[in-house]
Design a protein around this ligand. Sequence first.
Ligand SMILES: Nc1ncnc2c1ncn2[C@@H]1O[C@H](COP(=O)(O)OP(=O)(O)O)[C@@H](O)[C@H]1O
Ligand SMILES: [Mg+2]
Length: 269
Amino acid sequence: MAAKIYTITSGKGGTGKSMFAVNLAAALAGLAKKTLLIDADLGMANIGLMLGLENNKITLHEVLADEANVTDTLCDGPNGLKILPCGISLQGFKKADPSKLKDVISEMAPNFEFIIIDTPTGMNHITATCIELCNEVLLVLTPEMTAIADGSKMKTIAALLGKEVTGMVLNRTVPVHDEQYREKLAKSLDMKILEVLPEDVSVPNSITGKSPVVTKYPYSEISIAMNRLGAALCGIKIPELEEGKGQKKQKTEKARLSGAKLPFSQSKK
Ligand SMILES: Nc1ncnc2c1ncn2[C@@H]1O[C@H](COP(=O)(O)OP(=O)(O)O)[C@@H](O)[C@H]1O
Ligand SMILES: [Mg+2]
């Protein structure tokens, strides 16, 4: 088995790379794919905090400092997902040798079907290494001029490293980012939009709950989009939901999160 390796990047910080990496990995694991999520943001690692692994003493920092073996460092996540978290201490960052990251990923590749790598913000050697060794580069952008400009730059950098960006995920959208907006954006960046993820309070709520959105709020719009993308990466096409139980639950959940009332919500007497 040789894993298909996806590098998640953006250029700009705060676009949702870590959120997306966690949820894509959990969605793939939910489809019974052997999946490894790697937090390669060695300086500002967030995935341990997002999934309740922040107290782990042995992390990618220790592996890169030759103090631990990578197999012993893997943690269990939801749906059988394996996680290689990174420490959050500055001492850990100082002792980690980033030049060893390539060997760590190569060592893990035969054991998985998918490897999802979360990278640091901006252009740096770690992101460049991850772009070079992966099979596909995915950009996570928000509909802001700055994020789009940095995403365009990242596309050029990937090309210089010999990789064509597979596509972008447009995150934190609101209704104004309609089809017309998205078509224009895709054309201006000459890049496919793979999925659209709305601004959704289920994201911060799931981080507080230390779980991926796809497991904590499985009927949210974001979860449905993430599962659809995960399935597409596995070559599975998910049919559109018909108005039924799942959609009703999704609407109820959306309404609950937004505090809105729905015509079919039943008030308890
Ligand atoms: N679709 C979304 N809806 C609401 N909040 C979001 C969404 N995506 C990301 N966020 C929030 O945006 C912030 C940045 O996300 P993060 O994944 O840490 O970005 P990055 O890794 O690119 O720096 C976090 O506080 C996260 O909760
Ligand atoms: Mg991040």
